[in-house]
Design a binder for this molecule. Structure first.
Ligand code: FMN
Length: 348
């Protein structure tokens, strides 16, 4: 059996598959299913102090789209190239009750040699620090803070903070690090050219890893009706996002160095995508939409794919980290072939 163990700071994960935060982790039953399927860790559904963010959950909607932007059936068997377009809100419980749920989840995870990671999406920085302190005091072992949720701009005012600048990312991480000692994962926005700079800022301010990168906001007209699909702008993701995330992983690895563990989110649909992310520099990979729209068996299938791959190549999971990232060449370093472009231009 190949060795799937990976390390994120002081935390050793039994495998690199982390279930990213989403509605399927609002209740313990979903977390239990993910743990039973073998997840290395599960990030529970995020919360904050804002009532507006909780109310937003009542207004969520989800559309699975094919490559022609037609809505697909929600049958938990999506094609690999389906995109998920959705609005989302935060955990419906008041903070105290959410905290109790998070403690129960992490205790449950211990029995599986796994982790349930608490997740905060701040509305304000002051409350974020207070909440993070309460998470640590409650005994939860890991905290992820998402400072880049894509819904930040469309959600009700004051519901979700969306950070897109390195300076502020540094300030938030530094303030958190001063107050809490447990492993701190900082999840970053995607729709910013500043992703590697924000990652570096979070690293320097003491984050144990950076999770990159959040989804983009999109807008899709329905050709028949002229209405916007789902009626609004919404977050969009799909396997097509993998190269975009991987690009930022490689650039971040170049900036920070090979020893700092990075975490990927946004684009992994199966075990092979996880391998692609790891080869781009991720030590572990969060998978959300693939499980949300395809069911918990996606976890087992993905882990089997990774195991088969590693067995065939006689490798361990850690051998994958940065394999392709460290072979990247600049345009200038490519072979010179003056007339090669002609082969790619239309002849009629
Ligand atoms: C329905 C849904 C709900 C989500 N809720 C949260 C959340 O509460 N907190 C969070 O940090 N990310 C949330 N996300 C973002 C995902 O964890 C993940 O970063 C994103 O979907 C990209 O990864 P994927 O391609 O594996 O889906 C949500 C995503 C989806 C699709």
């Amino acid at each position: 059996m190949p060795n799937l163990t990976v390390k994120i700071g002081d935390i050793s994960l039994k495998n690199p598959l982390i279930c990213g935060s989403g509605e399927h982790f609002i209740e313990l039953s979903g977390i239990d299913k993910a743990l039973k399927a073998g997840a290395g860790a599960v990030v529970i559904k995020s919360t904050n102090e804002s009532d507006a963010a909780k109310e937003q959950l009542g207004k969520t909607d989800y559309a699975l789209l094919d490559s022609d932007f037609n809505e697909l059936k929600w049958d938990f068997n999506p094609p690999r190239d389906a995109s998920l377009f959705n609005r989302s809100g935060l955990h419906p419980l008041p903070f105290d009750e959410w905290l109790k749920f998070a403690v129960d989840a992490d205790n449950m995870a211990k029995k599986f040699n796994s982790y349930a990671v608490a997740s905060l999406i701040p509305a304000s920085v002051e409350e974020l620090i207070e909440n993070a302190i309460r998470v640590e005091k409650a005994g939860i072992r890991i905290l992820e803070v998402n400072v880049g949720a894509p819904h930040g701009k469309e959600a009700a005012k004051g519901a979700i903070l969306l950070e897109q600048e390195a300076d502020h990312t540094s300030e938030i991480t530094e303030n958190l690090r001063k107050e809490i000692k447990i492993p701190l994962w900082i999840k970053l926005a995607g729709q910013s050219p500043e992703v590697p700079a924000m990652a570096e800022a979070a690293y320097k301010a003491g984050a144990d890893t950076v999770t990159l990168m959040g989804r983009y906001m999109g807008f899709i007209p329905n050709l028949e009706t002229g209405d916007p699909i789902l009626g609004t702008h919404a977050a969009i993701g799909g396997a097509w996002a993998l190269p975009l995330t991987a690009h930022h992983l490689v650039k971040t690895r170049e900036k920070i160095g090979k020893d700092y563990p990075l975490m990927a989110t946004n684009g992994a649909r199966d075990g092979h995508d996880m391998i692609r992310f790891m080869m781009s520099g991720a030590s572990a990979v969060q998978m959300t939409s693939a499980i949300f729209s395809g069911g918990y068996n996606v976890i087992e299938k993905s882990l089997n794919q990774i195991e088969d791959y590693l067995e065939e190549k006689n490798m361990s999971a850690v051998d994958l980290i940065g394999l392709a990232a460290d072979r990247v060449k600049t345009y200038a370093e490519q072979e010179n072939n003056m007339d090669y472009w002609r082969e790619f231009t239309p002849k009629n």
